[in-house]
Ligand binder design. Structure first.
Ligand code: EPU
Length: 345
């Protein structure tokens, strides 16, 4: 069941040539418990590997979540509940929902990764975040810890409901208090089977739908539009290694925005609340001169500066070095700190 000294290159989208001391996959909750008990520790549980940068070999066991169940549950009002295995490919789940005319995740088409990873960083695109449809995650503890005053032992099941998940922009309890402590084996979402709340507020979606000559879009039209937009801007990880956006878009105060606007009147910014705005890290990086930059096989993608890429044989350290240079120059030019969105291991 375990493979020793195996290359992790095929198991994550950055395509970095690191090795794991030991590797195994699991296809059910029961299989996970068996394999986890036998695994050399520490254990790292991998989903689609689409939000991770490996910077060194992994000493321990990488376990790949391959739980691929899909179950349609109850209907309640306009909503249909679905229970999806953590190892299901995210985009495959989206297209499955689209085919069944279930709405809510179409704007999240073509995001790489798995269902189990979706709540960790509260994946989002084109005005929709996973928190909008998330009901709960079924998790298994891989460490002993205390949660809400209760002691949790290895192997215990923990249900994290929406109100406990502490969702924020690219953030959740799984990136904080529960980081490295649980594996998400199943996620429950509420999708709409009627009265869909289609979100076409993003200019890029409107432009794409107009190009497709669609006036009254269906769920499938929106999914198709998002696929086209993403394909035109973002590198396909099967061809060029990457982890999507490498950095988060920074939040700054209105006072900071005012200061920046004096020098950079065209700076893109999006309101968050009455004191805060979000800046576009891609623009900050572009204006700092990095868009299209390449050093060896590590680069900043020419069509979207927020994406760092591995053109072939870059090491995790090469990517990290480039990321640090970019952070430093954005700080120098704008006085703004940008922080990675990807997990660095
Ligand atoms: N921009 C530039 N140059 C660039 C990139 C962006 O000037 O090289 C400008 C754009 O012109 C626009 C603004 O920055 O004015 C925002 O760009 P875009 O709409 O492409 O979105 P983003 O903020 O760069 C975020 C998400 C993406 C998601 C898109 C669409 C983050 C960290 N990234 O990118 O998510 O697909 O919005 O909703 O929030 C991901 O997380 O991996 C990801 C791809």
């Amino acid at each position: 069941m375990f493979q020793e000294n195996i290359s992790l290159r095929p198991f994550h989208t950055f395509g970095i040539g690191v090795q794991a001391q030991s590797y195994a996959s699991f296809t059910s909750q029961k299989a996970f418990k068996t394999v986890f008990a036998k695994a050399k520790k520490p254990v790292f549980v991998l989903g689609g590997g689409s939000n991770i940068l490996f910077t060194k070999d992994f000493k321990g066991t990488v376990l790949k979540n391959d739980i691929r169940t899909k179950r349609i549950g109850k209907r309640k009002g306009d909503k249909t509940i679905v229970h999806i295995g953590g190892g299901v490919n995210w985009h495959q789940f989206v297209r499955w929902a689209v085919k069944k005319k279930l709405g809510g995740v179409e704007n999240l088409s073509l995001i790489p990764g798995t269902v189990g990873a979706s709540p960790i960083q509260n994946i989002g695109a084109y005005g929709v975040e996973i928190k909008d449809v998330f009901i709960q995650a079924k998790c298994i503890a891989i460490e002993s810890f205390t949660y809400k005053g209760k002691s949790i032992e290895i192997g215990d099941v923990l249900i994290i409901a929406h109100e406990e998940a502490e969702f924020g922009y690219r953030n959740s309890i799984f990136k904080n208090e529960l980081k490295g402590k649980v594996v998400i084996v199943r996620v429950t979402y509420a999708l709409t089977h009627r009265n869909h709340k289609l979100n076409t507020s993003y200019g890029a979606i409107q432009t794409q739908l107009a190009q497709m000559k669609i006036k009254r879009p269906t769920i499938e039209n929106i999914s198709d539009a998002v696929i086209s937009i993403r394909q035109s801007k973002l590198p396909d990880p099967k061809k060029i290694g990457n982890s999507g956006s490498f950095f988060k878009n920074p939040y700054v105060s209105l006072a900071t925005l005012k200061r920046l606007k004096k020098k950079f009147p065209n700076i893109p910014n999006y309101p968050v609340d009455d004191k805060t705005v979000k800046l576009a890290a891609g623009w900050l990086i572009q204006e700092s001169g990095w868009k299209g930059y390449r050093d060896g096989d590590a680069g900043c993608y020419p069509k979207q500066a927020l994406v760092l890429v591995n053109y072939g044989n870059a090491s995790g350290q090469d990517i990290l070095r480039l990321a640090k240079k970019i952070q430093k120059s954005v700080k120098q030019k704008f006085g703004i700190d940008i922080t990675p969105e990807v997990n660095i291991l």
